[in-house]
Design a protein around this ligand. Structure first.
Ligand code: ARG
Length: 459
């Protein structure tokens, strides 16, 4: 056990207590951010005359050496140190001597860890945004390829009205576009630097916090030192955005599972994204969609854990805050994995256009259009609704589709029907007439696809 704060103590920490308190097993993930923050800190201290140029250079060279050695596997981050901050400082002092002891001037681990987490989350937001964009591109391509792939649209998981696969996928496109914009918002709001807040009350050194912030590409320094060391709102916001991404992926996975089922056969997942059964030789299971749906729970858990950890924390820093890391790291890694896998699964699946179309053709998805036909011929909508209800009942009894009825049969229920009813209730017409923006008709879809194309091109 090696700790930074031994001076005031007369006894070593109990080993179990030490282990319980230590965070190095998980906060070592922050080693890059920790070194980057320290380099900015000493650069600022030298500019302000708190350190000499010589001391600054020695410390920076030492820190860069540690970074290089860790990256190359020459230096192991070991658990004999309490946390990543103590590890870096101890190794620095061991390597460069006296100058190393000045690294922590005007700084506390409270503002140091607040900075490290912000840098980490900021980097990860960029990485997650890229993965969302990758998924959006896969969806965009599929949409362009499927503007005339007819399928049933559902409400209550009952066939409702015909749509196209492009239109159905377009719904997810909107969801993931919102996810992207949520990540952008969070980035903007969190992009302020907490370093220089000290333990809670700033410091007596003439720190230039604006300068440190600019060295680390922040928009500026945070404005309240007590808030800075204890604020984890940006983590909660991120976990909320990640939970929403997972909710979207999970809904989509559920549909993939249904579409891939033997009963539907709307799509077939590629062998590279399916698994077999150890006992049933015929099986080809959508495990990845199921796993993504399942992993949604652990991301929600991270959000709930973080909200609960923060609830009731008095200002300013409390050790409870150390609990922000494992859940956040896990949620980020989970979402990155799920986004990557989902995009691959979508890209490689086969769309069974004929199966989708056949399904849209039965199940009376054109019943509303038959009613609209009557309305266009002077029948009041409520009466038209009743007439078509009778048609549907008749068809169910005869086990046929509306399109299979003879004109005589139509006329027996309402004399208003003429030969053009067939054209009016054809799948193509049902979709093609729905051209208000947001609807599945080809003109409306063309407009939306162009807007999406523009959105993707401007990223
Ligand atoms: N490991 C700690 C954390 O993650 C670092 C800050 C420690 N500060 C303290 N006052 N003990 O929050």
């Amino acid at each position: 056990m090696a700790q930074l704060w031994g001076g005031r103590f007369t006894k070593e920490l109990d080993q179990l207590a030490y282990n319980f308190n230590a965070s190095i097993t998980f906060d070592q993930k922050l080693y890059r951010q920790d070194i980057r923050g320290s380099i900015a800190h000493v650069t600022m201290l030298a500019k302000q005359g708190v350190l000499t140029e010589e001391e600054k250079n020695v410390i920076i060279d030492g820190l860069n050496g540690i970074l290089k050695d860790v990256e190359e596997g020459k230096l192991q981050i070991t658990t004999e140190y309490e946390d990543i901050h103590s590890f870096h400082e101890a190794v620095l002092i061991e390597r460069v001597g006296e100058a190393g002891k000045k690294l922590h001037t005007g700084r506390s681990r409270n503002d140091q860890v607040a900075l490290d987490m912000r840098l980490y989350v900021r980097d990860e937001i960029v990485a997650i945004k890229e993965l969302v964009v990758n998924l959006l591109k896969v969806l965009h391509k599929l949409m362009k390829e499927n503007t005339t792939t007819y399928m049933p649209g559902f409400t209550h998981l009952q066939k409702a009205q015909p749509v196209t696969l492009a239109h159905h996928l377009g719904a997810y496109m909107e969801m993931f576009k919102r996810d992207y914009s949520r990540l952008e918002d969070i980035y903007e709001r969190m992009n302020y630097c907490p370093l220089g807040s000290g333990a809670l009350a700033g410091t007596t050194y003439p720190l230039d916090r604006e300068y440190t912030a600019s060295l680390l590409d922040f928009k500026g320094p945070t404005l309240n030192s007590m808030d800075s060391v204890s604020d984890r709102d940006y983590i909660i916001e991120l976990l909320s955005a990640l939970s929403t991404i997972m909710m979207h992926l999970s809904r989509f996975s559920e549909e993939i599972i249904i579409w891939n089922s033997n009963e539907y056969q709307f799509i077939e997942l590629d062998d590279a994204f399916s698994t077999g059964s150890s006992i049933m030789p015929q099986k080809k299971n959508p495990d990845f969609a199921e796993l993504i749906r399942g992993k949604t729970g652990r991301v929600y858990a991270a959000l709930t854990a973080m909200l609960t950890t923060m609830k009731g924390l008095p200002l300013a820093y409390n050790k409870d805050l150390q609990e922000d890391k494992e859940f956040t790291f896990d949620a980020i890694d989970t979402v990155k994995g799920c986004l990557t896998l989902f995009a691959g699964m979508l890209k490689t699946m086969t769309v069974q256009k004929d199966k989708m179309e056949a399904s849209a053709k039965n199940g009376f998805t054109n019943a509303t259009d038959a009613a609209d036909y009557l309305v266009n011929h002077g029948v009041a909508f409520r009466d038209a609704h009743t007439i078509v209800g009778q048609l549907v009942l008749y068809c169910i009894e005869k086990n046929i589709a509306l399109d299979d009825m003879t004109l005589e049969e139509f006329k027996a229920i309402s004399p208003v029907f003429e030969e053009d009813i067939y054209e009016a209730i054809s799948l193509k017409t049902c979709v093609e007439l729905r051209n208000t923006i947001g609807a599945p008709g080809p003109k409306a879809m063309e407009q939306v696809i162009a807007i999406n194309e523009e959105f993707l091109n401007c990223l």
